[in-house]
Structure formats: C-alpha cells, structure tokens
Write a protein that binds this ligand. Sequence first.
Ligand code: 2P0
Length: 341
Amino acid sequence: MDEMDRVTVIAPVNIAVIKYWGKRDEKLILPINDSVSVTLDTSIMCAKTSVCFGPEFTENEIWLNGVKTSFSNPRLVNVLDKIKNIAATQRSVDNAVLSWKVRVCSENNFPTAAGLASSAAGYACLVTALAKLYKIKTDVSVLARIGSGSACRSVFGGFVRWHAGVNADGSDSIATQIADSTHWPEMKALILVVSDIKKHTSSTVGMMNSVNTSDLLKYRAKYTVPRRTEEISEAILKKDFAKFAELTMKDSNQFHAVCLDTYPPCVYMTDVSHKIVEIIHAYNDMCGELKVAYTFDAGPNACLYLLDKEVPTLLKLIKYLFPTSNLDFVIGLGDVDGGDC
Ligand code: 2P0
C-alpha cells in the first residue's frame, strides 16, 4: 500500500461549559440550542485515528481500542457515504478509489463512554482523517457533527461555540472559535475521574427522552441558553473568571435538572459528584470569590475549571478529601493536532 493511502490524526477532547442537550433533527444531528466548550490539551486526553483504504480490502473495518467493532453503525456509514459523495463531486480521487473499502483504527487514552467526551474526540478524528484520505475540501465541523453532535466542537482549539443554526439542512449548524488556546493560558481543567464505568443511558437516548418529556428543557433552550451563550462568550473574551465560573456551574446544574425532569429520569451524577459540588461551593465561599467552577457531563466525572495559581491548593484539598483517589489530572487548553497522544 502507498503511504499516501494511510492518514493518522489526533483530536482533542472538549468539555462543554454551556451544554448541548437535545436535538431538533435526529438524522442531521441538529441541536435545539447553541453550546460552548473548552478544548483540552491533547497530551493527556485525546483520540488518535488511522484510516487507510485499498483494493485488497474486502469489507469496511473499524477497530476501537484494539477491538474489531461492527461498521454497521448508521452514523459511521452516514459519515463515510457523505465523505465519498463529496469526493465524487470534487473529483478529488479516482473513481476506482471510491469503490475501495476502508480500515479505521481508533484509540482513546481515557475512559470511553464514561461521560468524558470520547465520541466527540473520536468522530472529530475520524472525519478529519477521512477528509484527508479522500483529499476533500470541506468544513470538517459539519461532517464531525453528523457523527456526533459535540464532535463538531473538537475540530477547533481554545474556546468554541457550536451555533444551533436555523436552516433545515443544517448548513448553518457549525462550530466557530470564540478565542484560541493562547488567549487565556492561565485557564486549566482539573479532571476528577469518579468512575470509568459505562453510563446507563447514552447521551443520544437521554437527550431524545428529554426532548420528548421535559418542560424545563423547552424553557432552557428558549430563555436560558441564548442569554448564557452571549454572557459566557463575553466573559471568555474579557477573561472574567468569576462570571465564567458562575455561568459554567449554573449551566451544569440546569442540565442535570433537565435530566431529572426527563421521564424516565436520567441520573448521571453520583453521591461523590454531589460531594464535589458541595466542596467547590464551600471552597469558593471560604475564598470570598469564585476561584473554581465544576461541570459534569452525562456521567459522574467532574471537570473543574480554575486558574493555574489555584491548582496546587485545589489538588492538595482533593487529595486530603479523597485520599485513595489517584484519578485526577490537570490539563491546559489545547489545539487540534497539538501533540502526541
Ligand atoms: C455537551 N453532552 O455539550 C453535552 C453535555 C453531554 C452532556 O454533547 O447524540 O455524544 O452523538 O449528538 O455529542 C453528549 O452528546 O451526542 C454531549 P450525539 P453527544 O458536551
């Protein structure tokens, strides 16, 4: 096989501060509200994907963390079809190449499906690698979105906003950068892995149930998120940590309130997660200002945002309160393809 027929890409994890929860179109993966996230440095958490194709392959194959997995996942098929269609339109590869089968090998260096944005990094990686393999020119954030909504935010570094858009075809549902990773270098994320067990309700199913049953989600999408998205973008640009922290914590809390308002409820936070919330509020009260913000995705693990000068004290506190835990790590902000995984 020609070396040109193999591409490897690394993509970072992003952790939302204004959460995406709920779709208006399941097939195109169009959200009901904008969301904002922070892209983390790839040194500790990232996905790495290699793709290749060739006339000798008899079927499409995907290997996830060393295990061969079915390629029949409709999202995977959809992403590959879409990329091949673009390649055909742009005539970026020979027609014969379009009939070749592909082989995908993807690895994460962090717990999969434990609410640590593994699908975001995974699909961002996959579509970027496939777009390079088929030599197409396109907005990879749109392709990533079709794989997994939050993945569209992982194609940019720094602070990123995913615009819900209004078009029925999803052409304006894209991610843009609010500020790059050098804008606020003091900003750090401290990840506390409470559990790496796979979640009961996948985000996809959970958000579908929320759209169908939660009144709070309707209120959130219409009134809360539009205001918070503007406010947090401004806080990021002004480097106003207290405002950033307040909005981040309130949005995490409202997202989990929506999960409880869903019928049947989806419960992602555990007693330990709630303990962490309590500790952070007590810490901020003790400091007399907001020094640390927590946020929880569709899982029990905490992501704390804080400025670097606060990291040593916070780490000491966490070690004191959770002496047996060795599952915490500090990460800076990152870029796309920013280092070895
Ligand atoms: C987010 N989450 O904004 C929110 C917060 C989880 C909680 O995006 O169905 O895996 O593939 O579009 O992207 C998780 O949702 O769901 C998610 P699909 P995805 O990060």
